[in-house]
Each structure stands twice: as structure tokens, then as C-alpha cells.
Design a protein around this ligand. Structure first.
Ligand SMILES: [Zn+2]
Length: 320
């Protein structure tokens, strides 16, 4: 049987790539792009129960994030503090959407770093997460309402805002996932989604093959663009779909990838800046030149954002 699009069923497909990352290894796997709906997906059969167990057992948190080389980063407390700068910049991009009386749900909230920042700005925050050590940290240490559940297990409650950051690319059945969210939003409620963008400049501008071997990974089943996610959301019933997409990785990271075919170890964690390897850090001349690099980096990211070729999609959809 020919491969067909996992969203629209079309057999009109283009081969986008043929290798993916599986933990530390690279393995053969076709990555298809649907010519009709623009969705990109891995040619993998996924068992939903096995997938849930994979996240419950923490295999993803332990083998990809946030820093494979640092064993300490697997611990919830370290994970929380490593991710907090990212949570702060996320909130800065979204702050104006939240109001004092709102009830907010974060799906796949991990250690609930975003909710912990948000809790004083809204009426109520709730998180759901599959990985038990993160649930225990968020509910025990932070005292937040975070439960070990998936979206299907939220039955009674409705929310003004539902957020899901870097989760939907892991979901095997996005139409069902979004329909579940739609039902759990109040009228006029907002859905905020953050996912990697398939129009990432290292693919769409520079076409760096080793980057594609790294970017496409077994846990990321779907790859969205502004076009494909907007059409999917409209199909579910979200009539208003807007974007606040942004570029996270910086010029230094892009130069490393495009010139050497490798990521820079100096910029591997939070590689949005212009951090030089530490052997240069005492150089007075470099200190003098740094403002130039930092200004150039900011301009570079703004250019990519204006071109709508960013590494991160941030979507705000309204249930009208
Ligand atoms: Zn399709």
C-alpha cells in the first residue's frame, strides 16, 4: 500500500529526508511532506500505548533533553532551573494575552516552570504531565495543581487558555489531540501552541544535510509550518489563527552548522547568543568587539522573523 498523508490522506507526497536521530544514533527512516496540506511526518507506525509509556517512563526527558552530557540535568530541580530563562522569554512574548480572572491549563508542563511564573497573573493554573518525577516536583516542591494525566483524562473542567509548548510534535494523532483541546476551551478561549518550525532556516535557507540528520528525530512524529498548522486548526474549528513565531538559535549556531556541519558545543544549551569558547573569554579585544556581535545577532534574528523563516512556531488560535 502506498504511503498516505497522516492528516489529509493524500498520496501526493514528496520525500523530504531519509534519516532521523534515534537517541545518540542515526537510523534510516523516510520523512514525507504532503504536497496537499504541507504537513511533514515520519514514516513510522506508532502504538499509542507504547508511546504513553515512553513518556511516562521518562525515556524522552532522559535521552534528549535538556543536556545529555550532564547527568544532573535529568533531575527535576536542575531541569527546572535550566529551563527557567526560556520560560521567562516565553511569558514575555505572551503576557498581554493573560487576564486576572483566567483559568489556564498547560499540557505537557514538565516541571511547570511556565505555570509557576504565570500563577500570580491569572485566576488559576493547572498542569498535566506524563513524567512522574516532574509531576512530583511541580506539585510537591512548587505546590502547583499538576497531575499525571493526558488530555483525554481531563473530563469536567473548561479553561480560558490552554497552552502546549513543544508537545504537539510528539503527538501521534494531532487531529484528535486538537479536538480534545477544542472541547475543553470555554467560548472565546485561546489555544497557544509552540512547536519546532519545519521552515527552520538551517533547512529552508541553508539546507544543511547534517542538521537534517539531527533535526528529524524519532520522538518528533510531525513537523509543522505556519501554513500546515493554520489549516489543521481551521479544520478543527479555530477560525482565528495568529502567529508570534520567533528565532531562538543565533548567528553563531547557524555559522557552526552551515560551515562545519556540526553544532557548536559552546552554544549547545540556550544557543541563542554569541558565546565564544571559554578560552577566549578573558580577551579584552573580544570584549570590545562583543557589542558588534550582539547587535548583529539581534538584527539577524529580526531578519529571519521578518522573512517568517524561524526555528520556532508560536501559534495563538481562538475558539470563536
Ligand atoms: Zn496532507
Amino acid at each position: 500500500m502506498p504511503v498516505s498523508c497522516k492528516i489529509c490522506g493524500s498520496t501526493n507526497l514528496d520525500l523530504k529526508h531519509n534519516r532521523i536521530r534515534d537517541g545518540a544514533k542515526e537510523v534510516d527512516c523516510n520523512v514525507w511532506k504532503c504536497i496537499d496540506c504541507e504537513i511533514v511526518f515520519l514514516d513510522l507506525e506508532v502504538d499509542e500505548h507504547q508511546l504513553l509509556d515512553y513518556y511516562k517512563d521518562g525515556h524522552f526527558r532522559n535521552s534528549y533533553l535538556p543536556d545529555i552530557k550532564d547527568a544532573e540535568s535529568k533531575k527535576a530541580e536542575k531541569f527546572y532551573s535550566l529551563k527557567q530563562p526560556l520560560q521567562e522569554s516565553r511569558l514575555n512574548l505572551l503576557r498581554d494575552l493573560f487576564k486576572k480572572d483566567m483559568e489556564v491549563l498547560d499540557i505537557g508542563c514538565a516541571t511547570a516552570g511556565f505555570l509557576n511564573l504565570l500563577k500570580d497573573l491569572v485566576g488559576r493554573v493547572k498542569g498535566i504531565e506524563l513524567y512522574r518525577p516532574h509531576v512530583e516536583y511541580a506539585s510537591g516542591n512548587l505546590g502547583l495543581d499538576v497531575e499525571m494525566k493526558n488530555i483525554n483524562e481531563i473530563t469536567e473542567e473548561k479553561f480560558d487558555v490552554i497552552c502546549t509548548f513543544q508537545v504537539m510534535e510528539h503527538v501521534a494523532t494531532p487531529v484528535d489531540f486538537l479536538s480534545q483541546i477544542y472541547k475543553k476551551l470555554k467560548d472565546n478561549g485561546l489555544l497557544i501552541i509552540e512547536v519546532p518550525n519545519i521552515d527552520d532556516p538551517l533547512i529552508s535557507l541553508y539546507d544543511v544535510i547534517p542538521y537534517k540528520d539531527f533535526y528529524f528525530m524519532k520522538p518528533h512524529l510531525f513537523y509543522y509550518s505556519e501554513t500546515s498548522i493554520a489549516s489543521l486548526l481551521k479544520k478543527i474549528g479555530f477560525n482565528s489563527v495568529q502567529f508570534r513565531s520567533f528565532q531562538h538559535y543565533g548567528l553563531m549556531n547557524h555559522l557552526c552548522w552551515s560551515l562545519t556541519g556540526e553544532t557548536s558545543t559552546a552554544t549547545k544549551v540556550g544557543g541563542g547568543g554569541m558565546d565564544f569558547p571559554s578560552k577566549y573569554s578573558g580577551s579584552p579585544a573580544l570584549q570590545e568587539i562583543m557589542p558588534f556581535f550582539e547587535d548583529t545577532n539581534r538584527k539577524y534574528k529580526t531578519m529571519l522573523e521578518d522573512m517568517r523563516k524561524t526555528d520556532t512556531l508560536l501559534v495563538v488560535a481562538r475558539k470563536e
